[in-house]
Design a protein around this ligand. Structure first.
Ligand code: PRP
Length: 209
């Protein structure tokens, strides 16, 4: 079994990805495009969240309605994943926010963790792991391993740009984790950068290497 990959198709999302891919886009415009792209992907990735029936009073009469229910958490992979949090919290303002800090070693391309703070009751929580880039998949596998070890059972990986190599790595090691992304790019290059890609999302969104 391998997890489904959903490539979200939406004209506004395509436009924001254009802005992010363009090398001349400066930090402010890059950040804004990333926020908006994340919100559009969030709408699709939350499509099957549970709801419960309630009754409410409109100004005119009593009627049936639906209310979101259950625990939801977003877990950004630091640093770049932080820039996706706002888009999700606009839709899910009561979501808890965990943090997983890790960085790819520039030579080995393997991640090393430097910070971890996860929400409680992970087993019952719908967890959205946020990272705009899925390259080799090393960072995502580290994050998913940590969440599994902490008891998470309902986990989704939310990206904006994925390489086929990273998707394959997640499918092999976490076949039950579905992926949502704005684009599926061509390949990784010899430096494990996604091509055509958008460069290093963390560097571009924060303006620091
Ligand atoms: C980038 C990116 C992902 C990771 C993807 O982060 O934001 O977290 O690399 O690569 P992988 O799939 O090969 O692991 P980076 O390590 O550059 O850290 P940053 O977010 O602090 O810039």
């Amino acid at each position: 079994m391998s997890a489904p990959v959903t490539v979200v198709e939406h004209p506004v999302l395509a436009d924001r990805m254009r802005v992010m891919r363009d090398r001349t886009t400066y930090h402010g415009a890059f950040r804004r495009a990333l926020h908006e792209a994340s919100a559009i992907v969030a709408i699709e990735a939350t499509r099957d969240l549970p709801t419960e029936a309630v009754e409410i009073d409109t100004p005119l009469e009593r009627t049936d309605a639906r209310r979101l229910c259950g625990d939801v958490a977003v877990v950004p992979v630091l640093r770049a994943g932080l820039s996706m949090v706002e888009g999700f919290l606009r839709l899910l303002p009561d979501a808890r926010v965990g943090h997983l800090g890790m960085q790819r070693d520039e030579t080995t391309h393997s991640p090393h963790g430097y910070f971890e703070r996860l929400p409680p009751r992970l087993a019952e929580t719908h967890v959205f792991v946020l990272d705009p880039m899925l390259a080799t998949g090393g960072s995502a596998l580290y994050a998913l391993d940590r969440l599994r070890e902490a008891g998470a059972r309902h986990v989704r990986l939310i990206c904006l740009v994925c390489a086929p190599e990273g998707v394959a790595a997640v499918a092999e090691h976490h076949p039950d984790v579905p992926i949502w992304t704005a684009t599926l790019d061509r390949c990784l290059d010899e430096n494990a950068f996604i091509r055509p890609g958008l460069g290093d999302a963390g560097d571009r969104v924060f303006g620091t290497p």
